[in-house]
Design a protein around this ligand. Structure first.
Ligand SMILES: O=C(O)CCC(=O)C(=O)O
Ligand SMILES: [Fe+2]
Length: 219
């Protein structure tokens, strides 16, 4: 079972939340807002390093998370203990956004696909972030960075629930997703340009496990 909590956090909305929460003194709201602000900044730093690594202007990717109507999301997944083994808690997929920063409470479950039905368990260190490349970053790097397929196994530790707190860094719905020209010098673009709104509606119209980026491939 998965408890799903969505938290859309455009920068403007976040400012409003911060202002109103300081007045009402709501501890939970403050904690979530500060957490989101910190992970967004961390995601931007990672994206700037990636941009540097592939030789494009440093804010090529991070500016999308910094835009005032960035469609980022914070999700809390809850996996109560189950008695049967080898059950899937969250099926195989890649995250559609740009970059994902995931933390868990130290209970194992997350696995990364190595292909050919081989799965690598991720160490559930509660002090570490698991950073996943999302589909949009794959498109914007013309396939140099590949969005990772992953899944979460159901939790068979009978005395503890598993929790994962996942920040998905996404652009504004109108943002045009395309590869910077510096990355295309000798290569043809692999994906046609599309908006995040277009990608999202394609994503939600298809099954979780599908390789959704294939739809935007240039033949
Ligand atoms: O709970 C996990 O470890 C994985 C969750 C996940 O992949 C997601 O929420 O997209
Ligand atoms: Fe995921």
């Amino acid at each position: 079972m998965i408890l799903y909590l969505g938290w859309g956090i455009g920068l403007e909305k976040k400012r409003q939340v911060r202002n109103s929460s300081s007045k009402c003194g709501c501890g939970y709201r403050n904690a979530v807002s500060s957490y989101v602000e910190c992970v967004r900044e961390l995601a931007c730093k990672i994206l700037e390093l990636i941009a540097q690594g592939v030789g494009v202007p440093p804010t090529s990717f991070s500016r999308l998370l910094n835009s005032f109507d960035s469609d980022s999301l914070l999700r809390l997944n809850h996996y109560p203990p189950v008695t049967h083994t080898a059950a899937i808690g969250f099926g195989e997929h890649s995250d559609p956004q740009i970059l994902t920063l995931l933390r868990s409470n130290g209970v194992p479950g997350l696995q990364i696909s190595l292909g050919n039905d081989t799965w690598l368990p991720v160490d559930p260190d509660p002090l570490a972030f698991c950073v996943n490349i999302g589909d949009l970053l794959q498109a914007m790097t013309n396939g140099r960075f590949v969005s990772v397929r992953h899944r979460a196994m159901a939790n068979t530790l009978h005395d503890r629930s598993r929790l994962s707190l996942v920040f998905f860094g996404g652009p504004s719905p109108e943002a045009i997703i395309t590869c910077p020209p510096q990355l295309l010098k000798q290569n043809q673009p692999r994906y046609r340009a599309f908006t995040w709104a277009e990608y999202k509606s394609h994503t939600y119209a298809h099954r979780l496990g599908e390789t959704r980026l294939d739809h935007f491939k240039i033949a």
